[in-house]
Design a protein around this ligand. Sequence first.
Ligand code: VNL
Length: 393
Amino acid sequence: MKHRFTSPRRRALLLGAAALSVAGVSQAQSADPIKVGVILPMTGPSASTGKQIDAAIKLWMSQSGGKVGGRKVEVLIKDDAGVADTTRRLAQELVVNEKVAALAGFGLTPLALASAPIATQSKTPMVVMAAATSSVTEASPFIVRTSFTLPQASVAIAEWAPKNGIKRTVTLVADYGPGNDAERFFADRFVLNGGQVLEKLRTPLRSPDFAPVLQKVRDAKPDALFVFLPSGQGAQFMKQFGERGLDKAGIRLIGTGDVTDDDQLNDMGDVALGVVTSHHYSAHRNTPANKKFVTEFEAMNKFRPNFMAVGGYDGIRLIFRGLEATKGSGGEALLAAMKGQIIDSPRGSILIDGQSRDIVQDISIRKVERRDGQLWNVEFDTIKQVKDPGKLK
Ligand code: VNL
C-alpha cells in the first residue's frame, strides 16, 4: 500500500486536501449543466419523427430559456437512424460518459425496448416521447411515456365505426408491436360492437409494398379498411390507396391518426378527404394553448407540428418539471417527481399516471377536411381522459 509510511501529520494534510477537492468538485458540479440525453431517428426511414421531436425540444428550450433554478440544461441529441443496437449503445454512452439525468426520445418501439435495460441498470429515468406499443412502459420501472398507446387510439374508432354504417372491415397494420396492438384492440372492440373483421393483413415495418395487400382489400369489398402505419408511411400508403381506386370502389378508410399525420397530410391531396381517424393530437385543434404552440412552432421551424412534436414537447416539459422539483438531481428522485404530473399540453390536459407511468389523455375522432386551402384533421368528437386499455388486459 502506498501510504503505509505516511505520517499522521501528512495523512491529515492529505485528508484535508481531499476534502477540499471534494468540495471544489461538488461546487463545480452544481454550476455544470444538467444533461439530458435524447436519442432519435434523425436519419433513415423514421427521420420525420426525429425532425419533429427535435424541433419541439428546440422550441421549448427557447421558450424556457433552457434553465432550471438558474442552472443550464444541456440537451444532447443523438441519431440512432432507427437501428436498435445503435440506440442501446448511445443510451449506454450517455449514461456512462455524459452522466445524463434522464434519457429521452425513442422513435420506435424496438428502439425503446433496446434501451430499457440500461435505464433499469443505471436507475436513469427514460422518457418515451414517440414509441406507442402498450407494453413499452412495462419494459423498465424507469420508463414514463408522453406519446400515446395504440390501444388508446384504436378503441375510439372501433366505437365510432359501427355507429356510422361500417359493419364489415379489413384491418391492415405494420407487422410489429404497435401494429399488433392496433389490430387486436380495434378488432376486439369492433366485433364486440357487432362488426365483422373479414381479413387481417400486415405489411413489414421496413420498406412495405402496399400493392399486394390493397388488391386483397379490393377483393374482400369491406365497408371500410382500418389501418395503422407508423408516422412517415401515410403519404405513400394514401397514394397507392388512390391509385388502385379503392376510394372510388366505395371502400372507406378509417384508422388511427398516424396515417393522416400532420407532417404529411397537407401533401396527400383529395384522396385523404373524408378519412376518419382517432388520435390524441391534431394541429387543427382550436384552443388557445394549441394555437400558441402551432404558431410558435411554425414560426421557428417552417413546418406544421404533428403528434410526435407534441410527445417531444410535453416530454421535455415533464423533465423540466421533474428537475425543478429535485433541484437538478436525476435518478430515482427525478422519476418520482415526474410520476403523477399533470401538464397543460397543446393537446389538452395530460396526466402521467403514478402507477403505470403511462399517459392518460383525451382521444378525438377527426375527419380530414380542406379548410382555407389546406388539409387538416378536423376533430368532431372527444373521449375524455382515456387510460391505456392495454393495461387492463
Ligand atoms: C410507433 C408507433 C412509431 C406509432 C410510430 O411512428 C407511430 C412505435 C414512427 O411504437 O414504433 O406512429
